[in-house]
Design a protein around this ligand. Sequence first.
Ligand code: PLP
Length: 410
Amino acid sequence: MWTPEEIRRDFPILGETVNGRNLVYLDNAATTQMPEPVLEKMCAHYRHDHANVHRGIHTLSERSTEEMEQARCIIQEFIGAEYPEEIIFTSGATDSINLLARSLSFGLLKPGDEILTTEMEHHANLIPWQEVARRCKAKLRIAPITASGDLDYGSFQQMLTAKTRLVAVTGVSNVTGTVNDLSAIIRQAHMHGAWVLVDASQMMRHQVINVKALDCDFLCFSGHKMMGPTGTGVLYGKKALLEQLPPDRFGGGMVDEVRLKRASYGDLPYRLEAGTPNIAGIIGLGAAAWYLSGLGIEEIAKREKLLLTTAEAALRQRASVTILGEPQKRAGCISFNVQDGHCFDVARLLDQLGIAVRSGHHCAQPLLRAFGLDGAVRISPAFYNTTEEIIQTMDALDRCIRVFGKAAKR
Ligand code: PLP
């Protein structure tokens, strides 16, 4: 079994110093760092195999194609999809959701249809649905959260009707770390004949995902939150549903036959992947999934849970800290505010001490508003973090608390 010390050697960036201190990187809900095997895989592609995919009958093109399609199979296995063509490569979760939203707006959503989402969504899983609802004259419904930061399941159930065409819900909140009961949500949505899109952006690293067992219709995520490179992501969809989706972008790589005034489109997955893909990135994403599988998602979850509960317990001991929400189950991150200190000032002070945390609205303004806030500080540990780093962060936070307390008294 691996120790954090061993694992940290895989991540060269963790050896950086920031403001003269050893970097403590606790912003993993925004972007995770890449291990050597991912970096090496992408470098090797650029050094030895770099060429466009699917188009050339020459060796480098064949090697690139093979590596990219291998990545598709790795991702297929990683999320338990039935077919590789159910994996559509995108530039990230935002791109995946926009792809689905635009595509549904091409005739699949009718006036009066309803889209149900929640108050805890990242803007990426909210604004596309606002736009689509407006364009299609569909109705957007928003299930509220409770004071503890959980989904209000009673309201959610009431809002599900025969008119609900799609439920778009996050698996884990990127602010409170609330873990949603996806099985119940999906079961209930299906009872009303609705499709379910799961935003799995905050789940990938520490939750075993099996889309077949979950029975979700669509699922999306970004590569850079699971040790892969930025500019990569996936839209998974059940094959029969993806086949119904009209392409949302058009151009090279996605066609069957093109005439001057019309074109016919190819098969999945290419018909939804117009243009040259992010080949090296996709290969890196495959390597990231491989790396995480090698460590074991369950083991990662255990380690990260320990770090998160340590952080939560320490935050609770500090009277001037207010934690956002007390969800029944929390994973990945925790957000809080410090009395007398704006979240940006806390993050800036921590950065001066070498500690990277996130502050602001976390692209979830409605959720922050539900807590009566416009910002918060977020800590999101990954498996390469250590308990010592959490303690160090709490010591640094105490310094912030003292500084703000003194300033408030002046
Ligand atoms: N959904 C959730 C829950 C997220 O946390 C994020 C990013 O923070 C996104 C969607 C959007 O991801 P990206 O910016 O990589 O497209």
